[in-house]
Design a protein. Structure first.
Length: 306
């Protein structure tokens, strides 16, 4: 049997990926894998598909890297890569310095471009056990899904809907991006980040936009770390279509039987409160009185179960 199979339900037309081999993935948290395969010293064990910076010569030390990209040993798609974000095993995404986050986003762009035309390039990040992370060393995954597979993902609002949001002041702006929380958010404290220049694929993002997005992503994760308690579980993904956005989903909530059975989500947090929290704290300096205010007054208090 292949490592994976795409299977479509003939009635609902929904897709499932059958991949039993992924149950054999290493899990450091569970003590199955005593040595982290992403840490320095493991460079010669797996073939790299990309690294930054590139090796200048054959004699250069294999450990001289800031970012590495490997093929996933347990793939669920024809192309499935792992982006190792840093040599540091313990630093989470929100703790990485901004220059490193910019390099990460540039790597996402490079890999997205490398697979252009091969299918739907889906970039996603899991953090924490509840966020689906099997290895704690910070890493992102990229999966290229065949074009014929229908990915049931929400799309960006129309320009008219964004105009309504502007009138209601339910968003935060930077030079190149809009940060907002849709009324139909499925998860408490769910946040979307969309470029002001609409209708483009993520691979078309400029270096200037990347610098702005690096700050936006880092800052959002930092203030939500404080709001939820350090090392809160979350996912983010980049929409693979031509009108891209980045969606951050805190995973503190546990799905109930109604949501799993019907596909209708129950959100126990008002998205308007979330965006007001972002607007109040996004531009404030890290640490000091602002940090204490988040930890006390603006600590997340929504129900984690339905």
């Amino acid at each position: 049997m292949a490592d994976f199979q795409f299977l479509q339900n003939p009635l609902s037309k929904k897709w499932v990926i059958l991949s039993p081999r992924r149950a054999k993935r290493p899990d450091i948290a569970a003590g199955i894998e005593p040595v982290c395969p992403f840490c320095p010293g493991k460079e010669g064990e797996e073939k790299e598909v990309y690294r930054f910076p590139k090796l200048a010569s054959q004699g250069e030390a294999l450990r001289s890297w800031q970012i590495r990209v490997l093929n996933n040993k347990f793939p669920f798609a024809p192309i499935h890569e792992i982006v190792i974000l840093s040599q540091d095993h313990h630093k989470s995404f929100g703790e990485l310095p901004l220059p490193q986050v910019e390099l990460i986003l540039k790597t996402y762009r490079q890999r997205s471009d490398a697979h252009k035309g091969k299918g739907q390039v889906y970039i996603f990040h899991n953090h924490g056990e509840k966020g689906g992370e099997s290895l704690p060393h910070p890493h992102t995954q990229l999966a290229v899904v065949p074009a014929e597979i229908n990915l049931e993902m929400p799309r960006l609002a129309t320009s008219e809907e964004m105009d309504v949001a502007a009138r209601d002041q339910v968003f935060k702006e930077t030079n190149h991006f809009v940060i907002f929380c849709p009324k139909t958010s499925q998860w408490p404290d769910e946040v979307w980040v969309a470029p002001k220049k609409r209708g483009r694929a993520f691979g078309e993002i400029s270096d200037t936009q990347i610098a702005d997005l690096a700050f936006v992503l880092s800052r959002l994760i930092q203030i939500f770390d404080l709001r939820h308690g350090l090392e809160f579980p979350f996912n983010f993904y980049i929409y693979p279509g031509g009108d891209w956005y980045l969606r951050i989903i805190p995973r503190a909530k546990v799905l109930g039987g109604f949501e799993i059975g019907t596909g209708v989500y129950i959100n126990t947090q008002d998205p308007k409160e979330t965006i007001e929290f972002i607007k109040e704290h996004f531009d404030q300096p890290v640490g000091g009185p602002n940090e204490e205010k988040i930890k006390t007054i603006h600590r997340a208090n929504y129900h984690k179960r339905v």
